[in-house]
Design a protein around this ligand. Structure first.
Ligand SMILES: CC(C)(COP(=O)(O)OP(=O)(O)OC[C@H]1O[C@@H](n2cnc3c(N)ncnc32)[C@H](O)[C@@H]1OP(=O)(O)O)[C@@H](O)C(=O)NCCC(=O)NCCS
Length: 338
């Protein structure tokens, strides 16, 4: 398990707030900063923030003094969506404490997607309670509570309004486009994903918040919340790395370096380095595996082990964990020079 960061964070952002409900629909922080030691404390106070944990609305000129010169120009009210956009200044004094509200949650998600904090190092406990459900439309985020009225205002104005998703989480690429990364389908990567340079997420790949990659990698399967994948690993098409948010898994999973999780395979245990899971084989923590010397044990006892090939013996049906050397072919360098 990674250690939680106990340092703080701060950022200037643009928040979209539903006029009727007061719900915070989204907050865009263009340049989030981790660590408070070098924060411009005087400017933060001058903007009206006491520098403790929390968020205040600030004037555009304060946003400019704090380094976000264009944000003030975006302050506006959208009469069709009934959403007002305001400049805010958010401070988190300790990232190891759970998120206090939507502003705080959005800042943590963007710290992760800006690769300032790796999966497992920010506390996201209770984030579902901090975020509100949003109708993500082609005209921007809309309040779910009042959506029918919003739709009618758009129709009356002769405008179409398409809903891309209804979710508490936004798409990462609407806020952060990290360099050195390819993403086949932006809908499949949630804000809060951590994608290292050299990562390719193919169309069927999925990366949740507080999850992702630490180096070059091929993601054609699903990386659930809390899961971290090491450099040089390949998550095959349709493969699943089990998370802990729902359905019983309790171990926070990591995949080491140079691993191959075969197509339609899955793991509910962690892998060390240079492991292979045969295509189609799902290893849960309780799966009984037979080792090369004939011993039988639960897969969780091999959690984190390196140089293991997991396969289902096609003659006996037994799941085997065999020591392996060599190479499974490794990543194709042409695909990761992003
Ligand atoms: C498990 C896997 C890695 C084995 O591949 P490999 O190391 O190349 O092994 P081979 O197929 O050459 O087989 C080596 C030996 O093991 C045997 N073997 C392989 N899989 C076996 C199984 N499931 N049960 C019994 N024997 C098996 C082979 O018959 C062969 O025996 P031999 O030495 O007597 O000829 C491979 O089958 C696999 O599943 N790869 C995943 C690829 C993938 O999904 N990539 C992602 C794409 S999106």
């Amino acid at each position: 398990m990674s250690e939680l960061i106990t340092d703080g964070a701060w950022a200037v952002g643009l928040a979209s707030i539903a006029e009727q409900s007061g719900n915070v629909l989204e907050v865009f922080y263009p340049s989030p900063a981790l660590g408070l030691a070098d924060a411009p404390h005087e400017l933060i106070r001058a903007a009206g923030h006491d520098a403790g944990s929390g968020t205040v609305e600030i004037h555009g000129h304060h946003a400019a003094e704090l380094g976000a010169s264009e944000l003030g120009d975006a302050v506006d009210t959208d009469d069709l969506r009934r959403v007002r956009m305001v400049c805010v200044l958010t401070v988190i004094s300790d990232c190891s404490a759970p998120p206090a509200d939507a502003y705080d949650a959005y800042l943590r998600l963007q710290l992760s997607s800006h690769r300032l904090a790796t999966p497992g190092t920010l506390n996201f406990e209770g984030i579902f309670g901090a975020l509100t459900n949003v109708a993500w439309t082609d005209a921007g985020p809309c309040d779910v509570e009042d959506f029918a009225a919003t739709k009618m205002r758009f129709m009356a104005a002769g405008r179409a309004l398409q809903v891309r998703s209804v979710d508490k989480f936004a798409r990462m690429t609407d806020y952060v486009v990290p360099d050195g990364v390819r993403i086949g389908d932006a809908d499949r990567v949630r804000l809060g994903a951590h994608l290292a340079p050299g990562t390719t997420v193919m169309h069927e790949g999925f990366v949740n918040f507080n999850a992702g990659t630490l180096g070059e990698s091929m993601v054609e399967g699903r990386i659930s919340a809390g899961v971290c994948v090491g450099a040089g690993s390949d998550i095959g098409g349709g493969a699943s790395l089990m998370g802990t948010l729902s359905g019983g898994g309790s171990e926070q999973i990591t995949v080491g370096e140079g691993c191959l999780i075969g197509a339609n395979a899955g793991i509910g245990i962690s892998l060390g380095n240079n492991c292979v899971v045969e295509a189609g084989l799902y290893i849960t923590a309780g799966t009984i595996v037979t080792t090369g010397d004939g011993a039988q044990l639960k897969a969780r006892e091999l959690s984190g082990a390196s140089n293991v090939l997991f396969r289902r013996n096609s003659t006996t049906g037994a799941v085997e964990a065999l020591e392996r050397g060599g190479d499974w072919g490794s990543l194709n360098p042409d695909l990761h020079a992003n």
